[in-house]
Design a protein around this ligand. Sequence first.
Ligand SMILES: *[C@@H]1O[C@H](CO)[C@@H](O)[C@H](O)[C@H]1NC(C)=O
Ligand SMILES: *[C@@H]1O[C@H](CO)[C@@H](O)[C@H](O)[C@H]1NC(C)=O
Ligand SMILES: *[C@@H]1O[C@H](CO)[C@@H](O)[C@H](O)[C@H]1NC(C)=O
Ligand SMILES: *[C@@H]1O[C@H](CO)[C@@H](O)[C@H](O)[C@H]1NC(C)=O
Length: 836
Amino acid sequence: MWKLTLFLAIWVPISFCFVILEDEFLYLHKNGICNKPQFHYEADNSEEEFAVFYNNWDGLQLPETRFGDQFTSKYSFLKWVDVFYGTLGGHMFSGTAVPFGMCKMGVDVINSKKGDAYSGFQPDGEVVGVSLLHESGTGGAPTYGVVSQLPMIASSASSVDVTRQISFKRKSPDVAHIGYYKVELDNGVDIEFSSKDRSGLYEYTFPELKDNGKPIIMVNVSQHLHSFGRPWWTQNFRSGQIKVSSDLKSYQGKVTINGGWTDPGEWTVSFFGKFDKPARKVATFRNGRTLPFLRRMQSYSGESDIGVLFEFDEDTTVLKSHVGISFNKNEGVKVAAQNLLDDYPEDSQFDLTWSVASALESWNDKLFKKFEMNVNEEDPLIISKLYNSLYGTHLMPTNKSGAEAPWDNGEPYYDDWFTLWDTFRCLHPLINIISQDHGAEMVRSLIDIWEVEGFMPDGRSGDRSGRTQGGSNSDIMLADAFIKNVHQGIDWEKGFQAMYTNAEVEPPYIEDPMANDSTNKFGRGALKEWLELGYITRNYSRSVTRTMEYSYNDFALYIVAKGLGKKDLAKTYLERSKNWRNIWNPNAKSVNIHYDYTGFVQPRNSDGTFAQHRYDPFTCFGCYWRDDEYEGKPVEYGWTVPFDMKTLLEYIGSKAMFEKRLDDMYAFCGHENVVDIGNEPSFLTPYLYAYINRQDKTSALVDWIINTKFKTGPRGLPGNSDAGAMQAWLTFALLGFYPVAGTDIYLLTSPKVNYLKLKSMPNVPDIEIFAHNLYSEFGVRNNFIEKVVINDKELDKNWFRHSELFEHGGTIEYYMSEKPLDWDSDKECPPQEFSV
Ligand SMILES: *[C@@H]1O[C@H](CO)[C@@H](O)[C@H](O)[C@H]1NC(C)=O
Ligand SMILES: *[C@@H]1O[C@H](CO)[C@@H](O)[C@H](O)[C@H]1NC(C)=O
Ligand SMILES: *[C@@H]1O[C@H](CO)[C@@H](O)[C@H](O)[C@H]1NC(C)=O
Ligand SMILES: *[C@@H]1O[C@H](CO)[C@@H](O)[C@H](O)[C@H]1NC(C)=O
C-alpha cells in the first residue's frame, strides 16, 4: 500500500498521463467532439496480496530475486512485464511459460474469495500445488491444473493426513517475473520454479527442521482445477496411475480428466518426474487413505484420488525436481521423459538460473526483440501497457506439434484455441504480422484438424473441439492469413475446402444442455435455416449472433474464393454475406428515450415476422447460450458488418446519424456505456468513424478507452484476456492502426509512442512507426492526427492496406496535432463495398 502512495507523490508533478486526461477532455469539449464531456479515471485497486510489480507501471519496481540484475541488464523488457497483470478479472495466467509453449507452470489455489481460479492463480486462498498445465485468460470454467507437486513437512510420509485436500496459505505474496516464480508457503517451504516448452523445474527450500520433521513432496495424481462457481462445467478426475522407480528418485504415470468447458470427453496427460536426490521413504494414498508403500498404483473409475508422498532426509535444505509432460497417446511417459531431455540439457537439468535464462531468451527471440524503441523517451505508462499486452498475446494457442499431436502426419498441431470467437478479431491479425511463422502453422493446424476430424474448431482444448458461441470464425482467421500472404506450407485449396465445409455441411447434432436446439461443437449450428431462409430464426438459440456472424464468415469465404480464382463461389459467398440485412428491421425502436431513432437488427420468428416479445435493441437479456444474442446487445451486433458498411450507412440514413449512433455507444460522450469494452463483439466499433470521415473521433475514443479502461496491475484488463485477444486490441490501439479481420484493411488511430521499429519478423520486412510532435513542450500528449505519410507519400485515405506497409516494409509517419482536425474529411473512406 505504502508503495503506491509514495509513488503517486513523486509521480504526479512530472506526469504526462494524469494531466493529459483532463486536458484532453477539455479539448474534446471545446472542439465539439463531445457535447457533454465526462471525466472519470479509476485508480488501480491495490491488493495487499500482491507484492512485486503491483503498481509497477513505471517499470522501476522489479521484485528482488536471487538473480540480482543479471537478467535485467540483458533483457530490458523484463522490468516492464508484470506477470500479475490482468490476473484479477482478466483471468490471466501468472506462472512461467515460453511463447506458445505447452507447459504453463503455475500455482493452483482453492478457497479464494475472488471466485474460481481459471488459470490456477488467485492472490488469496490456499495453495494446493504447483502444476504444469494451464490456460490463460479464458472464461467458461477453469481448465487443466494437472501434474502437480506440493511440499510439506511432517514426521513421516505415512503420517500425513490425506483424508482431506491438503493446502497451505502463503507466508507472503508471490514474487515473479517472466520465466521465474516464487511462492512462500506458511508451512515454511519456499517453492521457486521455472519452465520450458514441455517440462518444468521446481526448487524447494526447506527450513531447518526440528521436532523430527521431514521434507515431504506430495504428488497428487488426481489434482486438477475445479469450478465451484459453475459446477456443471467442472473438470473431473477419471483415472490415474503412478509408478515410482526402485531407487526412489523418479516417478511416472498419467492422469485422465473429463468435463470442463469444451465438452465432456476425456483427455490424458502423462508425466515423468525426477528428483535431484533419492527419497528415503515413500507412502501412497488412495481414496483419502494412506496405504503401505506400493511402487505401482492404478486408480479405478469412481475413485476420488491417488498419489504418492516422497519423504526425504531431514537435513535436506534444497531439493529440486524436474517434471516432463506429454499428451502422446501411445508412449506418453516415454515422450514426457524425452521432453525433459529436449528442454534441459544434461548439465543444466536442475539449474533454475539456466532455466530462467533460457525462458527469457525465448521471449526475447520470439517476441520482444521485434520491438525496438527508446523507452526513456516514451511515457512509462504507455510502455508498460504495451509490453504487458505483447506478453499476453504469445501464450495461446499452444504449439503441440510433433509427438504431442493426437495424430502423426507431419503437419503442425496447435491446441488450446480458447476461442476463435475471441481471437479472430485482432489476436490472429497481430500474429499474422509479427509472428507469421506461428501464424502459418496455426492455419495449417486448423486445416489438418478439419482433414482428420471433419471440421475446424472454434474452441478447443485437451485435443477436443467444442463450443461455438456464434459462427465458424476459423473462416475469418483463415481469410486473414490468406489475404496477408501468410502462405508458408499452407495448401489453400484444402483451406478453402475446410471453410466450405463450415459453410455448407450441417454439423452432427451433439446435445449441449446449455442450448440443445442445435450443435455447439463445431461448424455452424442451425445451418439448414441459414441455407434455406438466409437467417436464423428464433426457433434456434443465438439467432441474431449467428445470423451476423455467418454473414461475416461467408464474407471470409468470398475473400479466399476470389483469391483462388473461384469466381462463381466468390459471387455466391459475397451474396450470402449480405444476409445480415434479412434481420435488419427499419422500424425497430428502443424503449430507452435517449436513443430515439429506429432501425436495428432484430430476431425473426419462424413465420418470418420480427420477434416483439423480449426484444429491445439495447438489451440482450441473458446474453447467453439460449438468448437471441450472445454476450452483446442487438445494437452492438448491428455494427459488425465491416464488409457491408455502405448498406449499414444507408439503413442508418445519414452520416450525422451514423456518428450520433456511434457516440451513443460510449459513455465518454454522455449516457451510459452501451458497449462492453471488455468483450469482443464491439472490438472494431471505435474505429468505424473512419467510414464517415471522422477519424478524429476514433482517436479521441480509443485514447479514452486506453486511459480509462485499461490500467496496470492485476486489474489492468477491462475483461477476460481471452487468450490474449484483449491485449491484442490494446497493442494495435497503441501502435496506431487496427485490422478489419479477414480483409487487408487497417483503420487508423493515433499512435502512443514517438518511435517504434518492428523488426526481425518472420517473412515481414522491418517497419518504422513515427509519431512526430507526439508531445507538446509541456509534455502533454497530442492525440490527434494531422496527416499520415507512408514511405514518404502522404496518405490520401484514412486507412491503408496490408501491402502498402507490410509487403515491402518502410515507414509510417504520423504527424500529430493537439486538437482534433478534420484531416480526413476530403479523403477516401475504407472500402464499403466489395466485388468479385
Ligand atoms: C488430491 O486432489 C484431489 C482433486 O483435486 C482432491 O480431491 C484430493 O483431496 C487431493 N488429495 C490430497 C491428499 O490433497
Ligand atoms: C512448433 O513446435 C515444433 C515442435 O517443437 C517446432 O519444430 C516448431 O518450430 C514450432 N513452431 C514455431 C513457429 O516455432
Ligand atoms: C432440450 O431441453 C428442453 C428442456 O431443458 C427439453 O424440454 C427438450 O426436450 C430438449 N430438446 C432436445 C432436442 O433434447
Ligand atoms: C419452429 O418451431 C415450431 C414449433 O416450435 C415449428 O412448428 C416450426 O415448424 C419451426 N419452424 C421452422 C422454420 O423450423
